[in-house]
Write a protein that binds this ligand. Structure first.
Ligand code: NAD
Ligand code: 13P
Length: 413
């Protein structure tokens, strides 16, 4: 039979770390996966930093990042100091990187996904399946959607989500952590569907490109799914676990794609609030307070807008919920940049540019997107912490206003 081919779309701090993880596993499970993993790199010219162990051989002239990764097996810009497996291939062409791949792992800052998908249309296998590692939500005039949903509908494939308390540098250094993968694919995938458009007696001459399927909110999905041909190993929870689980990266499989995706997106807004109060010089009590209120607003948002399928337990019990909120509010980039912004009197985006060497924050954009979504629906009142974060970012409120802004809700009730 055939084996699954894996491509990671994205190669930043987390993209490179997830690529390392899956490339370690494809080498291990040769019966399920082709060992070679492709990683799409948004090409740029990079000078190898002088403190890199390759600096002496590389010289000081700029080189293509893909060339550096393939030669030295290190992403010297976004994941310096970590050796990547030699079966991981950096590819500057997104179209070539996804060619013949059955498993697409989307892992890039959420501001770039739309453009990436535009290039992928018509270029992927119709029966490919995706996992989104993106922490953000997609807000448009129609409302709010998850990237797992949005990518799936755009490319006509099924897409699940991976999210957890996962600061990339710690995982790249193989320090133990947990993650949550939500995957709830069409049942035909796991019942070993025949090759698409066959007239097998077990299934009849149906149009296999039109499998009825529900989206993350339990509604009939707009994506037209093609079942995975029977020559491939079943792409079920067991298979995905083998692709992502490592001794240092423990995977919990669940089915609540909406809860997992929302946890990863909304905690970034709360982590900014945690950074603001820490930067103001307030202590752990204040940080715990914004985390408590933030978690309540995350659950409320999930129940109110994705209520058909989202489970409160995903926020309160999984790595993608409360654990990610805690780690992100302790040492995440959103937290660190928000803290520094208050300490230095700069904007968060100025600190992002100064400190992150091209890495991107997701919390600022998510705060604006969530605010605009809630504001259009006249629903800001029940989300005072999300609103306060937006207002501080745009200069309409100060950190000192947080206590009175968030306590309004308790007084009203
Ligand atoms: P990052 O913050 O390191 O961002 C840099 C990446 O963006 C680089 O690969 C760069 O090439 C790419 N980029 C820059 N301009 C681009 C463009 N115009 N088009 C396409 N790509 C462009 O990225 P990351 O840390 O890999 O984050 C990806 C996702 O993973 C985010 O949603 C993030 O929230 C999530 N995440 C990050 C971490 C972490 O610790 N870094 C952990 C868990 C989840
Ligand atoms: P930051 O993007 O704020 O670093 O958060 C990383 C993360 O998602 C940890 O789980």
């Amino acid at each position: 039979g055939k084996k699954h081919k894996v491509t990671v779309v994205g190669s930043g701090n987390w993209g490179s770390t997830i690529s390392k993880i899956v490339a370690e596993n494809t080498k291990l499970y040769k019966d399920l996966f082709e060992p070679e993993v492709q990683m799409w790199v948004f090409e740029e010219d990079v000078v190898i930093p002088s403190d890199s162990k390759h600096a002496a051989t590389a010289g000081s002239s700029p080189q293509k990042l893909t060339k550096i990764i393939n030669q030295y097996h290190e992403n010297v810009k976004y994941l310096p100091g970590i050796t990547l497996p030699d079966n991981l291939i950096a590819n500057p062409s997104i179209v070539d990187a996804v060619k013949d791949s059955t498993i697409l792992i989307f892992n890039l800052p959420h501001q770039f996904i739309r453009n990436a998908c535009k290039q992928l249309k018509g270029e992927i296998l119709p029966f490919a399946r995706g996992i989104s590692c993106i922490k953000g939500v997609n807000v448009s005039a129609d409302g709010v959607s998850l990237f797992s949903e949005w990518i799936g509908e755009d490319l006509d494939i099924y897409v699940g989500a991976l999210s957890g308390a996962n600061i990339a540098n710690e995982i790249a250094a193989e320090k133990w952590s947990e993650t949550t993968i939500a995957y709830d694919p069409p049942t035909m995938d796991n019942s070993r569907a025949p090759t698409p458009r066959s007239t097998s007696p077990s299934i009849g001459a149906v149009d296999l490109a039109e499998i009825p399927h529900k989206d993350a909110r339990g509604r009939a999905s707009k994506s037209k799914l093609t079942p995975i041909p029977a020559e491939y190993p079943p792409l079920d929870h067991g298979c995905l676990r083998k692709l992502f689980h490592r001794p240092y990266f423990h995977v919990q499989m669940v089915s609540d794609v909406a809860g997992v995706s929302l946890g990863g997106a909304l905690k970034n807004v709360v982590a900014l609030a945690a950074g603001f109060v820490e930067g103001r010089g307030w202590g752990d009590n204040a940080k715990a307070a914004v985390m408590r209120i933030g978690l309540m607003e995350m659950v409320r948002f999930g129940k109110e807008f994705f209520g058909e399928t989202v489970q409160t337990g995903t926020f309160t019990e999984t790595s993608a919920g409360v654990a990610d909120l805690i780690t992100s509010s302790s040492g995440g980039r959103n937290f660190r940049c928000a803290k520094k912004a208050i300490e230095k009197g700069l904007s968060v985006s100025e600190v992002e540019k100064q400190e992150l060497n091209g890495q991107k924050l997701q919390g600022t954009l998510t705060a604006f997107e969530v605010h605009s979504f809630l504001s259009t629906r006249n629903r800001l009142r029940d989300y005072p912490l999300f609103t306060a974060v937006n207002d501080i970012l745009v200069g309409k409120a100060q950190v000192d206003d947080i206590p009175s802004l968030v306590s309004k809700l308790d007084q009203d009730e």
